[in-house]
Design a protein around this ligand. Structure first.
Ligand code: BGC
Length: 544
């Protein structure tokens, strides 16, 4: 059945238009991240699925987003919540079927929303047929598709290297026959050997599989990690890194670009690549490589005018060097929700600095998150919204230990479940319209004021703020200007203009500041104090 469907000629013509007057959509899009387990449950099993997404497409259309980025929805044992993919050409039954995914792509397009799928090329699931074959027989040719190596020490019982993994655990696991295999993430995520032509062919074919089904873009997970130095040196300062940003990775993306260019429409390759060294970063965005890169600099930054300005400058500078659009992200499925971050004394985010359980002022965090929405939606480039940002959701820090499944929990003591809690859609109590049964993670009872239904008719809600801001982003000519320039109003105020006609002012000081001279107030993140902007409040102004 599946094979027959794959062979059908289903190359779809892209009919969507650019989102603003200048340039292709991916340069200025508002992209909404759907984390499918937690968006909406259509079949009543307590876990989100494609049926739930289809039922709530109207929410995304009314919000005004240009594209959906779908976190992995492929068959997976879920050792890392779907980032351990067992088959890139199908859908996990918990989410639905390939036919439903195809229908969703069509329905999203009909609603004017583009679709981006998440491809994870650095590693696959240990349940993938390639790895199962590699594990079953030390002489299997599939071993070459991974990094199997003998151990060090007399009995080979020491790991081949001392590399530290992304989850801060070990990076090698020993198999029954005595060899070790490399996994930069969890042991259930063996790293692929990108020096092998079969790996390259397979992923080019996977890209075609999804482009044939009409998707508009590919988000590339951990894009700079693919290549490894086969001599396996240790990580040392002043010597080339053995697995981060190796030169050979660019051949991979040149080949991928040839694939995306062979399709009609503006199909985009968006890499998860961030490195502050401008030249290295820029290499990924050369004209024959990726269209855009996805970065987390602003996300990790403290609520601090000087540091935020530096982060914005750093990001714009790196992208301007190659003519690529910047991308702005406040939250995602890996990090503490920003309402919570901005309500703490330490407002930074880093996996190495676990702030779970430290005091949070949610009212302050919400006020800042509202201001941050106007900041991130008015900077030049593309902006990402993580599902629930538009509802002002906070981190659920009260997840019982026995409901923690994230591999990061055991290894770092910080689990990512708190930002992955099912969305509240309607009603006064959990499951808040997410499902008809108890959701897979507990929803805070206090979310009853934050449901999409409760916020929809309330002009002062976070949802109304996001809807208004996204609509203005389309309508205001100033917000289509390619560049921004800082306005020096006050050392603790971020203020900038886009062309002559638009300005954004974010008051990060402890006292109110006067509105600058302007023609009209377009939007404010909170109540103003006469003609003054209170602390932690942002405004959008049409300028004279
Ligand atoms: C994803 C994480 C995942 C990791 C390993 C990251 O970029 O966002 O959720 O655990 O890659 O695939």
């Amino acid at each position: 059945m599946k094979g027959a469907r794959n062979q059908r000629n289903i190359r779809r013509k892209q009919v969507l238009v650019s989102t603003t007057d200048g340039g292709p959509w991916w340069r200025s899009a508002v992209i909404y991240q759907v984390y499918p387990r937690s968006f909406a449950d259509g079949n009543g099993d307590g876990v989100g699925d494609i049926g739930g997404i289809r039922a709530h497409l109207g929410h995304l259309r009314d919000l005004g987003v240009d594209a959906i980025w779908m976190s992995p929805w492929y068959p997976s044992p879920m050792a890392d919540a779907g980032y351990d993919v067992a088959d890139f050409r199908d859908i996990d039954p918990v989410f639905g079927s390939l036919t439903e995914a195809e229908t969703l792509i069509e329905e999203a397009h009909a609603a004017g929303i583009r679709m981006i799928v998440d491809i994870v090329p650095n590693h696959i699931s240990s349940e993938h047929p390639w790895f199962k074959a590699a594990l079953a027989d030390p002489d299997a040719p599939e071993r070459e598709l991974f990094w199997f190596r003998p151990g060090r020490g007399e009995n080979g019982d020491e790991m081949p290297t001392d590399w530290r993994g992304e989850f801060d655990g070990t990076t090698w696991t020993r198999t029954a026959d005595g060899q070790w295999y490399l996994h930069l993430f969890a042991p259930e995520q063996p790293d692929l050997n990108w020096d092998h032509p079969k790996v390259r062919e397979e992923f080019e074919s996977i890209l075609r599989f999804w482009f044939d089904r009409g998707v508009d873009g590919i988000r590339i997970d951990s894009a700079a990690l693919l290549l490894k130095d086969p001599s396996l040196p240790e990580v040392m300062a002043d010597t080339p890194h053995p697995f981060h940003d190796l030169d050979g990775v660019h051949d991979v993306y040149r080949a991928w670009r040839r694939v995306s260019d062979s399709y009609d429409g503006d199909r985009a390759l968006i890499g998860e690549v961030w490195m502050p060294e401008v030249e290295r970063f820029a290499n990924y965005l050369r004209p024959d490589e990726l269209h855009a890169a996805f970065n987390f600099d602003l996300l990790g930054c403290a609520w601090d005018p000087v540091l935020m300005r530096e982060s914005i400058d750093r990001t714009l500078h790196a992208h301007a060097a190659v003519g690529a659009p910047a991308t702005w992200v406040l939250s995602n499925h890996d990090v503490t929700r920003h309402v919570t971050r901005y309500g703490r004394e330490d407002t930074t985010f880093s996996f190495d600095n676990n702030l779970d359980g430290t005091p949070v002022d949610l009212e302050l965090g919400t006020r800042r998150a509202r201001a941050a929405a106007l900041l991130s939606l008015s900077l030049p480039g593309a902006t990402y919204i993580y599902q629930g940002d538009e509802l002002g959701l906070w981190e659920n820090e009260a997840i019982p230990e026995d409901q923690r499944q994230d591999p990061m929990w055991a290894r770092r003591g910080h689990g990512r479940e708190g930002c992955r809690v099912p969305l509240p859609w309607s009603g006064d109590e959990s499951p808040f319209g997410f499902s008809t049964v108890t959701p897979w993670l507990p929803q805070p009872a206090d979310w009853k004021g934050l449901t999409a239904q409760a916020q929809s008719g309330d002009p002062s809600s976070m949802l109304s703020l996001y809807r208004s801001a996204i609509a203005l982003r389309r309508a205001e000519p100033g917000l289509h200007e390619p560049a921004m320039a800082w306005i020096d109003l006050h050392p603790e105020v971020l203020a900038y203009c886009r062309g002559a006609a638009f300005a954004c002012v974010v008051n990060m000081s402890g006292a109110s500041v006067a509105l600058p001279d302007h023609e009209s107030l377009l939007l404010a993140s909170g109540p103003l104090d006469g003609d003054r902007i209170p602390p932690d409040t942002a405004v959008w102004l049409r300028m004279r």
